[in-house]
Design a protein around this ligand. Structure first.
Ligand code: ZN
Ligand code: MN
Length: 484
């Protein structure tokens, strides 16, 4: 029995997929040379005024719609003041009491958990409530070189949403599942590419521990700026243990900000936490009150099929398992491939099996993306259909698959070339059966005397005569009929 209950909330910063920045028309292109996508506005020169990006509003509202948030009638912007080299204006434009989205939830799903945790999920189908989704601007990138430091203002003014959860997360595995589902939703909506390697999804964790039986929350500790989902999981596991050990030793925890050192596998103290009051938030006088309604209508028109809706449809319409559906719907390109291949297939489940068991590993070994698969969806379907029809068995199907993947040839062509086709011609098998019965009077008598195993021997003889090509099921049936 655990001694402590962890209370965990996540703040996730997501870079929106807008072509231009939040308040100016500079490009958001990734990887441009430093300080080339800049203008007086995002360089924070005096006298410039912000013009709010319509697409940024729509994408934020779309995220809210997908996650079941409410939108207030009026939304407002605030200046969050602080002094740091990466913030030229001395403040960040963000939202406070009236963000674009309020409430909502992220629905967790068994297969969104880490693989090794899927068997021990405490509350399957848990929903993590959201507090808010707000629109804000990113700051410049402060980086250190061999001699001195540099600032890249390309990132200054990039569009972010901050997704803030309620402290509903109970452990590291739930945080992992939460981020997995959130990332999926953002990609589905075309809201963000949410590519963590490119820093497009960054996560701050708030975590406190309290003894079981106490309803008073423990001291809140923040871990800043993590950029891998597995890193967040490890950081929470470490921090929970660290706090429990400290509390066990009778220590009093301070409210502080820590960072995660992935190589050392531990959190490290950065600073003793500042509070919201330190930022001196005040209403942004250069941005008028925003009425979201007209933008909301536009966002509604962009509502995609949600990941969980797609998965349900796969299970319902294609007869795949929930696990198959999760794997196939996890990536939009893979989902499109599956649907193209499964459409009109004799048994879509067989198509799903080939994709999950054979295609994905072949692609990953060849380092090829699904969209560039050398095997087209209709080609894969034809293989699945040939196996389904019984013309070749599943073992031969694997052989044909490998050949198809490397040569791009059609399944029917390979089956012919390799002479794999099973003989399902009743007449041909009957002739072989007659031959076998005539040549094996002993086993025939055994079978007729009530020894069913003798039939297997006879069937084996038919298979041998056909050089393995007879349909075994059919061979057995024909023999049994002839001997009855
Ligand atoms: Zn600019
Ligand atoms: Mn923020």
């Amino acid at each position: 029995m655990e001694k402590y209950i962890a209370t965990i909330g996540l703040e996730v910063h997501v870079q929106l997929k807008t072509r231009t920045k939040t308040f100016c028309s500079c490009s958001t292109e990734f990887g441009a040379p430093p300080n080339t996508n800049v203008c007086p506005g995002c360089l924070a020169l005096p006298g410039t005024l912000p013009v709010l990006n319509r697409e940024a509003i729509e994408l934020t509202l779309l995220a809210g719609l997908m996650l079941g948030c409410e939108t207030p009638e009026i939304s407002t912007f605030y200046r969050k003041n602080y002094f740091y080299p990466d913030i030229g204006k001395g403040y960040q434009d963000t939202q406070l009491d009236l963000p674009l989205c309020l409430g909502g939830a992220v629905p967790l799903h068994t297969f969104a958990y880490p693989k090794d945790a899927q068997k021990t999920i405490a509350t399957p189908d848990k929903k993590i409530r959201l507090s808010r989704i707000q629109l804000e601007e990113d700051v410049a990138k402060f980086f250190h070189m061999e001699n001195g430091s540099g600032l890249d203002f390309n990132r200054s003014g990039m569009t972010l949403v901050e997704v803030v959860s309620e402290p509903d997360i109970a452990n590291a595995d739930e945080a992992f599942a939460y981020l997995t589902v959130l990332q999926q939703v953002l990609v589905y909506g075309g809201i963000s590419d949410a590519d963590m390697e490119k820093g497009q999804l960054r996560c701050d964790v708030n975590i406190s521990l309290r003894p079981v039986g106490s309803d008073k929350h423990g001291t809140r500790i923040e871990i800043k700026n993590m950029n891998t989902i597995s890193g967040v999981r490890r950081a929470i596991a470490f921090e929970t243990q660290r706090q429990a050990t400290a509390l066990d030793a009778g220590e009093t925890l301070r409210q502080e900000t820590r960072r995660w050192d992935d190589t050392r596998g531990e959190t490290i103290l950065m600073r003793v936490k500042e509070s919201a009051a330190d930022y001196r938030y005040f209403p942004e006088p250069d941005l008028p009150l925003l009425r979201p309604e007209p933008f909301l209508a536009a966002a509604r028109a962009r509502m995609p099929e949600l990941p969980w809706e797609k998965r349900d449809r796969y299970v319902r319409d294609f007869g795949v398992t929930e696990y198959d559906a999760f794997v196939l719907a996890d990536d939009l390109a893979l989902a499109a491939y599956f649907e193209a291949a499964a459409q009109g297939a004799a048994k879509p489940k067989t198509v799903a099996n080939y994709i999950i068991n054979d295609l994905l590993s072949a692609l990953s070994a060849a380092k090829v993306a699904i969209a560039e698969s050398p095997l087209r969806p209709d080609t894969l379907r034809s293989l699945a259909d040939i196996v389904e029809s019984g013309k070749i068995n599943s073992k031969q199907g694997k052989e044909v698959f490998a050949e198809m993947f490397t040569t791009g040839k059609d399944a029917t062509v390979i089956v012919k070339e390799k002479g794999l086709e099973q003989v399902s011609d009743t007449g041909a098998i009957e002739a072989l059966a007659d031959e076998v019965i005539a040549a094996n009077p002993g086993p025939v008598a055994d079978y007729r005397a009530g020894k069913p195993a003798a039939l297997n021997f006879l069937k084996g003889q038919v298979m041998k005569l056909s050089k393995g090509k007879a349909n075994p099921q059919l061979a057995g049936d024909i023999l049994a009929k002839k001997l009855s």
